[in-house]
Write a protein that binds this ligand. Structure first.
Ligand SMILES: NC(=O)c1ccc[n+]([C@@H]2O[C@H](COP(=O)([O-])OP(=O)(O)OC[C@H]3O[C@@H](n4cnc5c(N)ncnc54)[C@H](OP(=O)(O)O)[C@@H]3O)[C@@H](O)[C@H]2O)c1
Length: 321
């Protein structure tokens, strides 16, 4: 497993990180904790040292499973978790910052996550949504300053609204944010236009979420796939969306050759091929997925001709709506 530096934090994070939404259970139609634990442990064994979670992933369940995995392996990885917005609004709307992230809320949520993680300090605490109108607000700044000074968090980040990669550029320029998290994948290539250069210029760490487009870029979905009861993807891929996605995915077949033998491998390599990227965090609930994904970090990236061929295959849409 190769390591990259998470922006100015200097943290050396694994190229493949662990996306821990799925193991939290909520939204994914329930989960098997034993299998989730095996996935976490296997990932650690294979060199994954960065785990992205959030309080809302099962009301702390995902955070607690990560703590159990660390106890089992006897090794702590680096954890990035998230403070939910107090107004429960996803994605963030331009309401006053105090409605979403008052200082006392950020501090209380951090204490709760510390307990779930069985930790004294969180490596990266993120706000689970962000709106650039909040950049100058004092509440969240006061909380970040206090939490850092008290040694409760090492670094501070935000998770950018779905398909609004520019909606954090103001914040990046202030120097207040150490890392940002964004959707970037074979379909969603827009973050490379302005966000990635801004992160490079200001040495802000870049965490890539949803690299497999919630499963469409795994090659495992078919136009007639029926999702488990409670799996949000029944809605995400509703109507004609699944058929269209499966059709468009075929255009990526040319990436599969030589040592790249599967679509998820190609999709993760696409993300790693941009030098601004610090870590890619595919969601995984199964040990076999942790194994396949960890192996992607082998130093071989997509060729410049392949990247050029991928540009016109970008597809902007928002299936979360
Ligand atoms: N607003 C936010 O801040 C936000 C929003 C979304 C996601 N995230 C973070 O980003 C992470 C990644 O996003 P995501 O989990 O939503 O979507 P994703 O990574 O695009 O896709 C996850 C899906 O891909 C499957 N998968 C993973 N590796 C595979 C492989 N090698 N072969 C076949 N299938 C594979 C998973 O299966 P199994 O689960 O069955 O293993 C799961 O169904 C999340 O876990 C979370 O940490 C943050």
């Amino acid at each position: 497993m190769l390591l990259r530096t998470l922006g100015r934090t200097g943290l050396r994070v694994s190229e493949i990180g662990f996306g821990a939404w799925g193991i939290g259970g909520t939204w994914w139609g329930g989960t098997d904790d034993d299998e989730g634990l095996r996935a976490l442990v296997r990932a650690q064994e294979l060199g994954v040292n960065f785990f992205d979670t959030a309080y809302v992933y099962g009301d702390g369940h995902s955070e607690r499973l990560i703590a159990r995995a660390f106890a089992q392996t006897g090794r702590r990885g680096m954890v990035a978790t998230k403070v939910p917005p107090k107004n429960h609004q996803w994605p963030a709307k331009p309401v006053p910052a105090e409605k979403a992230f008052p200082a006392d809320w950020i501090i209380a949520c951090t204490e709760r996550s510390l307990k779930n993680l069985g930790a004294d300090c969180i490596d990266l605490q993120q706000l689970h949504v962000w709106h650039d109108d909040w950049t100058e607000a004092s509440g969240w700044r006061e909380a970040v300053r206090t939490l850092k000074a008290d040694g409760k968090i090492r670094y501070f980040g935000v998770s950018i609204n779905d398909y609004e990669p520019e909606n954090c550029l103001k914040l990046i320029r202030t120097g207040w944010v150490d890392a940002v998290q964004v959707i970037y994948n074979l379909f969603e290539q827009a973050p490379a236009e302005q966000l990635f250069p801004a992160c490079q210029e200001h040495r802000v760490g870049l965490i890539i979420r949803v690299p497999l487009d919630e499963g469409s870029l795994t090659g495992a979905l078919r136009p007639d796939t029926v999702f488990q009861q409670g799996d949000f993807r029944a809605d995400y891929f509703r109507g004609d969306r699944l058929r269209e996605v499966c059709e468009r995915v075929k255009a990526f077949d040319f990436l599969i050759h030589d040592e790249i033998t599967s679509l998820p491998q190609a999709a993760l390599k696409f993300c790693l091929s941009h030098p601004a990227v610090s870590t890619v965090i595919p969601g995984m609930r199964k040990a076999r997925h942790a194994e396949a994904n960890a192996r992607v970090s082998d130093g071989r990236l997509l060729a410049p001709e392949e990247l050029a061929r991928l540009k016109p295959l970008a597809w902007r849409r928002n299936f979360y709506e």
